[in-house]
Design a protein around this ligand. Structure first.
Ligand code: C5P
Length: 228
């Protein structure tokens, strides 16, 4: 059974979506609600883990019983997750992290130019890939779990994207799901395929985000080294 199978383990989960400010009132963001990540944090706590939830702009209630660190930008999320990951048994990167941020954050609210009808071009710079950084560094004893939200409609190609992403990021497990304008992010249900370090499909999960969370944790538990 699942009761207590994460007792004595330290699990870090990132959830939500980052917001990258342009000025004091505007940001570039994404549609991630945080539901799937929060469901994983809750399920891990129920199964006995001590859970740190790195919460980026959640649109759902914060779970009870977790150590919660609120962040907003990718750079804040990176600092928080790197700190929390030290000595953790599992890091689950469920948050949707912006790949780019505005090159300049204006101190004053940006104004439109009254003398022209021209559009506006924003310059963006790359954010660090936090999961890939963790994957590149030695992380013995820490199982790294990534997510891939893709719009690819073909199931086989979707799986290949997931496998390639797992490899590129050095994650131990990758959960891939198809998203669209409505599916995935804010929805209550999810459809997720989990691939492991041998490119094997180790779980095909569909159902509520909490049942998907339990299924992901079943795989995590099966991959953890015996605790000392
Ligand atoms: O490359 P992509 O954004 O699809 O990868 C998704 C996975 O990588 C997720 O686990 C996400 O949390 C993580 N990620 C990250 N840093 C970024 C972008 C994504 O850690 N800058």
């Amino acid at each position: 059974t699942r009761v207590g199978d994460l007792a004595g383990r330290r699990v870090v989960v990132t959830a939500g979506g980052t917001r990258e400010p342009l000025d004091p009132v505007r940001f570039l963001g994404n549609r991630s609600s945080g539901k799937q990540g929060v469901a994983i944090a809750e399920a891990a706590r129920e199964r006995g883990a001590s859970v740190t939830l790195i919460a980026a702009n959640l649109e759902v209630a914060r779970p009870e019983g977790c150590d919660i660190r609120a962040v907003s930008t990718a750079l804040e999320l990176r600092d928080a997750v790197r700190e929390a990951a030290v000595g953790a048994d599992v890091v689950v990167m469920a948050a949707a992290v912006a790949d780019y941020r505005p090159a300049v954050v204006s101190e004053a609210k940006l104004k439109k130019d009254p003398g022209s009808d021209d559009g506006l071009t924003l310059e963006l710079v790359r954010n660090p890939d936090i999961l890939a950084e963790l994957g590149r560094e030695p992380h013995d004893g820490t199982l790294l779990v990534g997510f891939a939200a893709e719009t690819e409609p073909d199931a086989e190609r979707l799986l290949e994207l997931g496998r390639a992403k797992r490899r590129a990021k050095g994650a131990d497990l990758l959960a891939v799901n198809r998203v669209g304008w409505t599916a995935g992010f804010a929805a209550d249900d999810n459809v997720v395929t989990v691939v492991d370090g041998d490119d094997t499909v180790v779980a095909e999960l569909h159902g509520t985000k909490s049942s998907v969370a339990q299924g992901i944790l079943d795989v995590v538990v099966s991959k953890l080294a015996p605790s000392s």
